[in-house]
Ligand binder design. Structure first.
Ligand SMILES: *Cc1c(COP(=O)(O)O)cnc(C)c1O
Length: 234
């Protein structure tokens, strides 16, 4: 049961770690079930699917005549975001965890300026062995931080990343350590980079298979999908 797993995770996770339930590829009914168990933050990775769920919630509110139904739900975007899809995502999310390039950061900033909003983001960093993964390398992160360009309509709140997909715990630990180091680097630029004001201390790492390691190593956000909602059928 979704409820039992949410309860178990809440007992297990340190109070300093926020649980984001990754609901991608799962129906809105599963989100409602998790919500009823007290879960508030949900992660989605595809703009179309996020929009469909936001719309579904609006429909349910209208049907029930309860405009405030699930009004404290919090959407996190965790997937690759194309610059032509920003308007499908940015109006609805409280955090974009997956800003994986300067180009995307610029586009989000422009959207924020045009819409009078400041968008909370995490910088997705690449540390895993897999070649295909998106994200900032160490060098790209330093370049961004040492740049004088001020992205006034984004708030960089921290770092997000994924460990290598492997059963070898030492590899996972080494990847998480690199993410910790990137987060430390980010915070060291506080006050020196125009883009690191304060509150740069979020570190989103840990998924169904590796969250206990991530939580023990100091992550502040875990993103857990299949453990809560079951296997995804793509
Ligand atoms: C799908 C996804 C998750 C959740 O993965 P599980 O293994 O199902 O817990 C976490 N983070 C990101 C970025 C994802 O795309």
């Amino acid at each position: 049961m979704i409820k039992d797993i949410i309860n178990k995770l809440n007992r297990e996770l340190p109070a300093t770690v926020k649980l984001v339930a990754v609901s991608k590829f799962h129906p809105f009914e599963s989100i409602e079930e998790a919500y009823q168990a007290g879960q508030r933050a949900f992660g989605e990775s595809r703009p179309q699917e996020l929009m469909a769920k936001v719309k579904r919630l609006e429909e349910i509110r209208a049907e029930r005549g309860e405009p405030d139904y699930m009004s404290d739900i919090e959407w996190h975007f965790i997937g690759h975001l194309q610059t032509n899809k920003l308007k499908m995502v940015l109006p609805y999310v409280s955090l974009v965890q997956s800003v994986d390039s300067v180009r995307l950061l610029e586009a989000v900033d422009r959207w924020g300026a045009a819409n009078g909003k400041i968008i909370n983001v995490l910088l997705e960093c690449h540390v895993a062995a897999e070649e295909s993964k998106q994200g900032f390398s160490e060098q790209e992160l330093i370049e961004l931080l040492s740049s004088e360009v001020h992205y006034a309509n984004v708030r960089i709140c921290g770092i997000m990343g994924m460990a290598t997909f492997t059963d070898d715990e030492s590899v996972v630990r080494a990847d998480f350590q690199r993410l910790l180091d990137r987060q430390k680097t980010l915070c060291e630029w506080m006050g020196k980079s125009p883009n690191v004001a304060s509150g740069c201390d979020e570190l989103s790492m840990g998924m169904s298979d590796d969250y206990p390691i991530a939580a023990a190593m100091g992550s502040t956000i875990v993103r857990i999908g299949s453990m809560i909602f079951g296997e995804r059928t793509y």
